[in-house]
Design a protein around this ligand. Structure first.
Ligand SMILES: [Zn+2]
Length: 664
C-alpha cells in the first residue's frame, strides 16, 4: 500500500474535467513528504552502487571457463567468439566475495567495533569504507591497496621496478589506456598484463581481450598516483598512433592491394582481412574516439570511389580521414562480427549491438547495417548511459522554465508533452523529469523505442514492432499494471492519443513526445489527429517544445558587434540590441577549432490554464493560439535563444538555424 494522503487516488476525475475548475497554476495535490526521501534514482551504472573504492563487481583474474579467443583459428563465420562484454552473468559469481571491511579485520588493521563505526561514518558522509578508514588514520593508502588486492584477488604491481614494455604500449594506444583507465604493463604470447588503480576497472580486461583479440588479460593493482606517474612517463616518449597512421598502415600493408570493388572480393578473404590487426586497430580507434568525444553516432558509408567515415558529436557530423576504399567489406565484416550479426548475409538489413565496458561505465552501441548500391552502409548509435546527468536541475533549463515545469509534472493526472525534431533532447528531458519524480510510493512504467537509458526504479518496456508490440498495445497492457505515471515514447497516431487521454482521465500522469515544431502547433496537431478539443482541454496540462543548440567554447569565446545582415536574420534592428552583448568562439585546441563545445536546450513552455483552454476549445489556428500563449507569458523558442545569446552561451547562427521566426 502506498502511504498516500487520505482517501484513494486523489482527483481522478471520471469523465471530463469541466473547463474552468482547475485554477490557473493550481498547485498539484499535496505530495506526502516522505521520511528520508527515497534513494536518489541514478542512471544504472554497470557496477552496482556508486563508483566504488571497494566495488563488488570485480571479476577474478583467474582463467575461468571464458571462451579464450582462439588465435590462429580462421574465424569462418563464428561470430560467437568475439561477443563482447559477457560481464553481467559473471558478477553473480562474485557475490561470495568478502567485504572490504572483513578483509581489513582479517588483516588485523581494524577491529569489529571500529568497523561498525566506520560503516556508520562512511554512510553518513557518503564515503567509501576504504576512504573512511584511511581518513581516520587507521591505515595508510598502501595498506588499503593491500586489502583491496586481497579482497579482489589482484596481484599488486610494483611500478617503481617494473616499467611498461614497448610491446605492451604498442598494442594499447594511449587513447585506449586513458579511456579504460588502465596501464599496459607487459605483452607476451598474446597475454596482456594491465594495471588498474580501481578494482572496478578490472572489467576492462574483457573488452580489451575482445578488442585486441588476445588470449588472456591479466590484471594487477597499483595506487592511482603510481599508475599516473608510470603512465605519464611511458607515453611521454612515444608519439601516439593516430587514425592517419593506421590508415597509412592499411594502404601500405600490401596484404590486399588487388581488391577493387565488392564483386572481386570473396567472403573468405574479407573475413581474413576483417580479423587483421590494422582493421581491428582502426575500428577500435574509431569507436574509442567516438566514446571519448561523446559522439552520438558513427557512420560508415561506401560510395563508388570512396569509403567515408563520419561521426556526429554535439549534433554535427564530422568526417574522419577516409580508409582505403577496398577495405570497406573488411571493415563492415569486422563490425558485423563484433555485433554478432550474420556475416554471410550481405543483401538484407540487419540490426545488432555491441556492449563495451569503458572505465567502469557501460556503453551500448546499436548497429544498423543497410545494403546499398556500393556495399553495406553501417550506422552505429552510441548510447553512453553515463554521458548525461539525468537531473532536472542540471540539463540546462532556464529557471523561468524549470520552476513551472517542475510544478506541473507533479500533478497527479494529465498529459505532459515534450516536442521537437529528432535529436532535440526530448528523451533526456523526459527521463530527467521521471528521475525527479522517481519515488518509492509511485509506480512509473515506460514504453520506449528503444529504451535509451536504464533507470533504477522504473519499469521499462521496449517496443517491438516485429511482433506487433506497438505503443498502443503496450500502453493498454501498462494500464493493467496499476502505474501512477506513464511514459509513452511517442504519440504517433490517434489510437495512442486516445489511450493516453483515457489513462489521464482515469488518474494517471502521461508523459510523451510529439514530432512538432513548437508548443502551440502541438495542440493543433493533436486536433488534426482527430482528437476532440474537449478531450485535449480535459487532459493536456503542459507542452514543452525544445531545441538543442551548440554552446560557445568558453576557452576561446569573444564578444563582437553583429553586422546589420546578422541582425536582419534575427529580425532585429540595431536599436533593439543597443548595449546588448553578442559572442562567438574563435576556435582553439579545446574545441577542435569549431568554436563550440557542448550543447544546451532552448525551451518554450505552455502551461494550460483557463484562457488557453478556452482558446483550444475555440479551435483557434496555431498562430492565434500562439498569440494567446504569448499574452499569458510564454517565452518562445526564439526568445529563449535570444536570452542565451546575450548570456554568452550560444551564437546567432545556432539560434537562427534551430528556431524559426514565428509569424506575427
Ligand atoms: Zn575553443
Amino acid at each position: 500500500m502506498k502511504p498516500v494522503a487520505p482517501g484513494p487516488k486523489p482527483a481522478a476525475p471520471q469523465g471530463v474535467k469541466p473547463p474552468g475548475t482547475a485554477a490557473p497554476g493550481a498547485p498539484a495535490a499535496p505530495r506526502p513528504t516522505q521520511p528520508g526521501q527515497a534513494a536518489q534514482p541514478g542512471v544504472k551504472p554497470v557496477a552496482p552502487g556508486p563508483k566504488p573504492a571497494a566495488p563488488q563487481g570485480v571479476k577474478p583474474v583467474a582463467p575461468g571457463p571464458k571462451p579464450a579467443a582462439p588465435q590462429g583459428v580462421k574465424p569462418a563465420a563464428k561470430p560467437a567468439q568475439t561477443v563482447l562484454a559477457p560481464t553481467k552473468a559473471e558478477t553473480v559469481a562474485e557475490r561470495g566475495k568478502r567485504k572490504l571491511g572483513q578483509v581489513l579485520i582479517d588483516l588485523g588493521f581494524i577491529d569489529e567495533d571500529q568497523l561498525w563505526e566506520l560503516l556508520e561514518e562512511a554512510k553518513q558522509q557518503g564515503k567509501q569504507i576504504g576512504q573512511a578508514v584511511v581518513d581516520r588514520g587507521l591505515i595508510n593508502s598502501e595498506q588499503l591497496l593491500q586489502a583491496l588486492s586481497e579482497q579482489h584477488g589482484l596481484k599488486l604491481a610494483n611500478l617503481s621496478e617494473t616499467k611498461p614494455t614497448p610491446e605492451a604500449m604498442a598494442i594499447v594506444p594511449e587513447t585506449m589506456a586513458n579511456i579504460y583507465k588502465i596501464l599496459p604493463l607487459a605483452f607476451k604470447d598474446r597475454v596482456l598484463t594491465i594495471v588498474v588503480s580501481d578494482p572496478a576497472n578490472a572489467t576492462a580486461a574483457d573488452d580489451l581481450r575482445n578488442l585486441l583479440s588476445l588470449n588472456e588479460v591479466q590484471v594487477q593493482l597499483a595506487s592511482p598516483e603510481a599508475m599516473q606517474e608510470a603512465q605519464a612517463k611511458a607515453y611521454n616518449t612515444t608519439k601516439e598512433e593516430s587514425v592517419i597512421d593506421v590508415i597509412k598502415e592499411l594502404e601500405t600493408s600490401g596484404q590486399w592491394q588487388g581488391g577493387g570493388r565488392e564483386a572481386s572480393i570473396d567472403l573468405e578473404s574479407a573475413l581474413e582481412m576483417a580479423d587483421s590487426a590494422p582493421v581491428r586497430k582502426l575500428i577500435n580507434m574509431i569507436f574509442l574516439m567516438g566514446i571519448r568525444d561523446r559522439a552520438s553516432d558513427i557512420h560508415f558509408e561506401p560510395f563508388e570511389e570512396e569509403y567515408r567515415v563520419r561521426m556526429k558529436a554535439d549534433g554535427v557530423l564530422y568526417e574522419l580521414v577516409p580508409p582505403p576504399r577496398q577495405y570497406a567489406t573488411a571493415i563492415s565484416s569486422r563490425i558485423k562480427v563484433m555485433s554478432n550479426l550474420d556475416i554471410t548475409e550481405r543483401r538484407l538489413p540487419q540490426d545488432g549491438r555491441i556492449e563495451l565496458n569503458v572505465g567502469g561505465n557501460q556503453v551500448d552501441m546499436r548497429v544498423s547495417v543497410l545494403p546499398t548500391l556500393f556495399g553495406e552502409s553501417i550506422v552505429i548509435r552510441i548510447l553512453d548511459r553515463t554521458a548525461v546527468k539525468l537531473e532536472l536541475d542540471k540539463i540546462g533549463m532556464a529557471p523561468e522554465i524549470l520552476e513551472p515545469f517542475k510544478e506541473v509534472i507533479e500533478k497527479p493526472n494529465g498529459i505532459i508533452l515534450v516536442t521537437g525534431p529528432t535529436g532535440s533532447g526530448k528523451t533526456t528531458t523526459l527521463y530527467s523529469a521521471l528521475s525527479y519524480l522517481n519515488r518509492v510510493e509511485d509506480k512509473i512504467i515506460t514504453t520506449e523505442d528503444p529504451v535509451e537509458y536504464e533507470i533504477e526504479g522504473l519499469v521499462q518496456c521496449p517496443i517491438n514492432h516485429e511482433i506487433g508490440l506497438t505503443f498502443a498495445s503496450a500502453l493498454r497492457a501498462i494500464l493493467r499494471q496499476d502505474p501512477d505515471r506513464i511514459l509513452v515514447g511517442e504519440i504517433r497516431d490517434l489510437e495512442t492519443a486516445q489511450i493516453a487521454v483515457q489513462a489521464s482521465l482515469t488518474g494517471h500522469t502521461v508523459f510523451s513526445t510529439l514530432h512538432t515544431n513548437d508548443a502551440p502547433s502541438t495542440i493543433t496537431r493533436m486536433r488534426d489527429m482527430g482528437l476532440e478539443p474537449f478531450l485535449i482541454t480535459a487532459t493536456v496540462e503542459a507542452v514543452l517544445a525544445q531545441r538543442l543548440v551548440r554552446t560557445i567554447c568558453q576557452n576561446c569565446r569573444e564578444e563582437f558587434r553583429p553586422s546589420a545582415e546578422m541582425l536582419i536574420e534575427l529580425n532585429l534592428t540595431p536599436e533593439q540590441v543597443e548595449g546588448k552583448p553578442f559572442f562567438f568562439g574563435k576556435g582553439c585546441d579545446k574545441c577542435n577549432n569549431t568554436g563550440y563545445k557542448g550543447r544546451m536546450g532552448l525551451h518554450e513552455l505552455i502551461i494550460v490554464d483557463d484562457d488557453i483552454r478556452d482558446a483550444i476549445s475555440g479551435s483557434l489556428s496555431t498562430d492565434d493560439l500562439r498569440a494567446v500563449c504569448e499574452k499569458k507569458g510564454m517565452i518562445s523558442l526564439r526568445e529563449s535563444g535570444m536570452r542565451a545569446i546575450h548570456r554568452g552561451k550560444t551564437t546567432i547562427d545556432e539560434v537562427v538555424r534551430e528556431t524559426v521566426l514565428e509569424s506575427n
